[in-house]
Design a protein around this ligand. Structure first.
Ligand code: MG
Length: 377
């Protein structure tokens, strides 16, 4: 069985609002087209991938796709239909033309291995395989901005790609296209000249990137922070902004809020920024006795300036004394307020080290924290 993929990528990107071909746009640092081609290259059954390119993008796409074996660049046409026709003719001219062809939009980079596998299985069984989702929204007909009829949702499907066909059938259908024909995808060509295509169920994540906001994909970033302060003279400690009476204080340039410090470092680390030692140096007199909750809210601003927003934070305090349990709810509230998140999004646990090591001997307090950021970079 010889399966090839056709990926038309000769469009412009005007709807997505880019000055260049939208499929060259990076998504999480990787161009959309590279992600899409990579998905098909990963499937062992796919022998060749014909990519339709326009002349001005050819050199760049050739370079981007050089790491992938079996890629064939084909000149794109004026329309998607013309581009696919050119790709089918190029595959027909190979010494060993494919048995099946999967046509897939370059702008659907999240196509899963399951979808590609299902498409191949379905086309082998039924001769055609069009990826589709059942329609969950209400469908209506409208005229002059007013609803004039409801469509039966039960019979409605939203078509995605890949769309798989017997190669000879699709090629013959494309060779019969009349000048007045207009198609938005290959299922239309196949339906008109061969037979009603067979549907298989796609995935909601297999979206077609069309508008600028589609490219602003949210990603998650995690970070970790750790801080230790030694006990010294004093009559209280400050943890998470809560003043807790104690026989000793924590030695520090600031208020010694070791919990806030660990959380700050976790946040800065998640955003890829320099740590608090760099941000708020000990040597700087303005941080003498500083309120660490205020510094925490400044860290939030740094993180937001870096294109991130705080998801949640979690911290584990290790201290032999004092008893912290009665204060944890207030610590959560203080930290949540400084970060603009809900108290539920702040997790704090406290424990001892079972008498082991410097923490067990009561020489200080250590806090380890983690943070999750949402990034729209
Ligand atoms: Mg510290």
């Amino acid at each position: 069985m010889n399966v090839c993929a056709v990926i038309p990528a000769a469009g412009s990107g005007t709807r997505a609002g880019f000055s260049r071909n939208k499929v060259l746009q990076p998504l999480g640092g990787v161009p959309v087209l590279v992600r899409t081609v990579s998905a098909f290259a990963q499937n062992k059954a796919v022998a060749r991938i014909a990519v339709c390119v326009n002349e001005q993008d050819r050199a760049q796409i050739e370079e981007l796709l050089a790491p992938f074996a079996g890629v064939l660049l084909v000149a794109g046409g004026e329309t998607r239909t013309q581009s696919v026709a050119n790709a089918l003719e190029a595959l027909a001219a190979l010494p060993c033309p494919p048995d099946y062809v999967l046509v897939h939009d370059a702008a659907r980079p999240f196509v899963s291995q399951k979808i590609i596998g299902d498409c191949i299985r379905t086309v082998r069984e039924h001769g055609s395989a069009v990826c589709a989702l059942p329609c969950t929204d209400t469908l209506v007909r409208a005229q002059s901005g007013m609803i004039c009829g409801t469509l039966e949702r039960r019979d409605a499907w939203l078509l995605q790609t890949p769309q798989g066909f017997g190669f000879a059938d699709l090629l013959s259908a494309y060779r019969r296209i009349a000048p007045e024909d207009s198609f938005t995808d290959d299922s239309g060509v196949y339906a008109k000249y061969v037979a009603p295509p067979f549907l298989f169920t796609g995935e909601r994540t297999n979206v077609k990137l069309t508008y600028p906001e589609d490219f602003a994909m949210e990603s998650m970033r995690t970070g970790i922070g750790i801080d230790t302060h030694a006990f010294g003279a004093g009559d209280h400690i400050v943890l998470g902004g809560v003043r807790i009476p104690h026989s000793r204080g924590l030695i520090a340039h600031s208020d010694g809020d070791v919990l806030c410090h660990a959380v700050m470092d976790a946040l800065l680390s998640a955003a890829g920024l320099a740590d608090i030692g760099n941000r708020f140096p000990d040597s700087d007199p303005q941080y003498k006795g500083a309120d660490s909750l205020l510094l925490l809210s400044r860290v939030r601003a740094f993180v937001e300036e870096a294109g991130c927003s705080v998801g949640n934070v979690s911290a584990a305090i290790v201290a032999q004394s004092p008893k912290l349990a009665p204060h944890i709810a207030q610590m959560k509230e203080n930290i949540a307020r400084a970060l603009g998140i809900a108290a539920d999004d702040v997790g704090i646990s406290a424990g001892t080290s079972e008498g082991l090591g410097f923490l067990g001997r009561g020489e200080g307090i250590t806090v380890t924290a983690s943070a999750l950021l949402r990034s729209r970079r």
